[in-house]
Ligand binder design. Structure first.
Ligand code: SF4
Length: 106
């Protein structure tokens, strides 16, 4: 029988697999936003989703749902730095209003 830690690892692994499968499906992500997008907004959102790495899509969707300012900053900074986590965390644009909140700081 697996240890509780082993079960947690397996659960985390399965959640990660499900999230990745979900993130790869742009149409499914757009469906999850259907209640919040304004008329004419979907093509722009689709274009962004298709252009960004899959691993950044869920944060972007969370931001677009309008429920998380933290996700909004994370998505914005990630796009600003070409989806490079190292560059985002070490951003030197200290005049940017997002700078104190930028993700991936060390
Ligand atoms: S803090 Fe840096 S990475 Fe974030 S939006 Fe501003 S300039 Fe871009």
């Amino acid at each position: 029988m697996p240890s509780p830690a082993g079960l947690f690892d397996e659960e985390s692994r399965l959640k990660a697999i499900a999230a990745k499968a979900c993130a790869e499906n742009v149409d499914g992500l757009l469906d999850s936003l259907s209640g919040v997008l304004e008329p004419g907004q979907e093509p722009m959102v689709r274009q962004k989703l298709e252009m960004m790495p899959v691993s950044f899509r869920l944060v972007y969707v969370e931001a677009m749902l309008g429920n998380s300012l933290a996700s909004s900053v994370k998505a914005f900074c990630s796009e600003c730095c070409g989806y490079d986590r190292e560059s985002t965390g070490s951003c030197v644009c200290k005049g940017c209003p997002h700078w104190p909140y930028r993700p991936y700081q060390k």
